[in-house]
Design a protein around this ligand. Structure first.
Ligand code: NAI
Length: 446
């Protein structure tokens, strides 16, 4: 009898398994694919290696503006993939080592709930006091005729390309679509993004998503918003914009229309676990409606981000082992690794309006921080801060500009700790750093 069986060894599962084992529990983790899950194998990490190489390439093309002359520049996709595989290999071995050293047993195979306290993996029946479901998400296949043809790639398919196409059409202007659009544009591929909503990166603060779209456009990404994709035929995407039918040809078509929780084949309905196509319903303690069955990560459909998944997994473990804990969803930072990148934490202006919260705001160009001008040449950047009208508590921070991913955690901490503008006045920010734009925007919002 295990204290805990974790189904899925992605960020929502493996850290939870290791944490439980370190607290003395007898733990097994079941994985049917690669250890590390989507994030490590085909998500966050590999895409960031692609983006890093493309950024370096774009910077080299712009090097003369920094007084550096380069000739014979070439983007070598095979070498990029090799580097990606090396990094993924190192990190995967790291996770395997973590599980081994923590004393977690790794079971290979497809897990299914056989009862409220047993998991079936092939011929094996494993019994546990607690089961944590962390099966993640998979690409959505929308009802577009032709979308399932072999010529249409999902995010995993893009990472398997052996040659750069000349033209790419990306369906979906969310995180995945925008990161790949940045990658392709930076290496000289002609790229179009087709988004059905009027705005890209929906859910992001409007001022920042508008500026992001302008910045990406400047970098060569073409956008078609309010664009309904009707069908795909060979290399042609048929769509409708403002009621008018049109078509776009591209050597490569990418489906980036979202991801859906992996809830099928787990035996959830048979056991009575409360779930739908949006995911398994959980409390802020990671509990499902069935005692002893917990869920974390993308399968819950709550915040499909690796770092949220990790925290959800740890919270579930703490609660199941008698240490009361809960996750707060208010201050989970979020980054889109576009060129330029976007980082945010807390509420957007539209969310505050919808909640009826009275707020004050400031929106400053990133260039108020000298370091931003030093690091970038002609780049766009802005920081927007939202604070409570009465007490000046920090409610939301939304930034566009490179290096913002590295300071957004400060904003998340301020929101989590309910800091006010006057608290931040006393915090000394290092100079020269891009983070100084954050402090200036906070003071401006008071
Ligand atoms: P998403 O839900 O963020 O974006 C999908 C976009 O496709 C939406 O804007 C939607 O309106 C659009 N769309 C859907 N159907 C369409 C159609 N038929 N025609 C045109 N547009 C259509 O999903 P995405 O980008 O696939 O990412 C999935 C998840 O992965 C996200 O929720 C995100 O949290 C996570 N992720 C996080 C990253 C990060 O933290 N940097 C990077 C990549 C993904």
């Amino acid at each position: 009898m295990y204290d805990l069986i974790v189904i899925g060894a992605g960020p929502g599962g493996y850290e939870a398994a290791a944490h439980a084992a370190k607290l003395g529990a007898k733990v097994a983790v079941v994985e049917r694919d690669s250890i590390g899950g989507t994030c490590l194998n085909v998500g966050c990490i590999p895409t960031k290696t692609f983006l890093r190489s493309s950024k370096l390439f774009a910077e080299c093309r712009q090097a003369a503006a920094f007084g550096v002359e380069i000739s014979g520049l070439r983007f070598n996709l095979a070498a990029v993939v090799e580097r990606k595989n090396k990094i993924v290999g190192t990190l995967t071995r790291g996770v395997e080592g973590l599980l081994k050293h923590s004393g977690v047993e790794v079971v290979r195979g497809n897990a299914k709930l056989a009862s409220k306290s047993t998991v079936q993996v092939g011929e094996l029946t494993l019994a546990a006091k607690n089961i944590l479901i962390a099966t993640g998400a998979r690409p959505v296949i929308p009802a577009i005729p032709g979308i399932e043809s072999s010529g249409v790639l999902d995010s995993t398919g893009v990472l398997r390309l052996t040659e750069l196409p000349k033209t790419v059409a990306i369906i979906g202007g969310g995180y995945i679509g925008l990161e790949f659009a940045s990658f392709f544009a930076a290496v000289g591929v002609e790229v179009s993004v087709l988004e059905m909503l009027p705005q890209i990166a929906t859910g992001m603060d409007h001022d920042i998503s508008t500026r992001l779209q302008q910045a990406l456009k400047k970098n060569g990404v073409a956008f078609k918003t309010s664009c309904l994709v009707k069908a795909i035929e060979g290399n042609t995407v048929h769509f409708e914009q403002a009621g008018a039918p049109s078509a776009l040809r591209a050597e490569c078509i990418v489906n980036a229309t979202g991801r859906a929780p992996v809830v099928e084949g787990l035996g959830l309905a048979e056991i009575g676990v409360d779930f739908d196509r949006k995911g398994i319903r959980t409390s802020d303690r990671g509990k499902t409606n069935i005692p002893g069955i917990w869920a974390s990560g993308d399968v819950t459909g709550r915040r499909p981000l690796a770092h949220a998944a990790t925290r959800e997994g740890l919270v579930a473990v703490n609660n199941m082992l008698g240490k009361p804990d809960r996750i707060r969803y208010d201050a989970i930072p979020c980054v889109i690794y576009t060129h330029p990148e976007v980082a945010s934490a807390g509420k957007t202006e539209n969310e505050l309006k919808a909640l009826g919260v009275e707020y004050k705001k400031a929106l400053l160009p990133m260039g108020v921080a000298g370091r931003f001008l030093v690091e970038n040449e002609g780049a766009s950047g802005a920081v927007k801060v939202l604070v409570g009208a009465r007490y000046g508590e920090i409610l939301g921070v939304h930034a566009l500009g490179d290096l913002s991913s590295e300071f957004i955690v400060a904003a998340a901490a301020m929101i989590e700790m309910e800091m006010t503008v006057s608290d931040v006045e006393a915090v000394i920010f290092p100079h020269p750093t891009v983070s100084e734009a954050l402090k200036l925007a906070i003071l401006e919002a008071a």
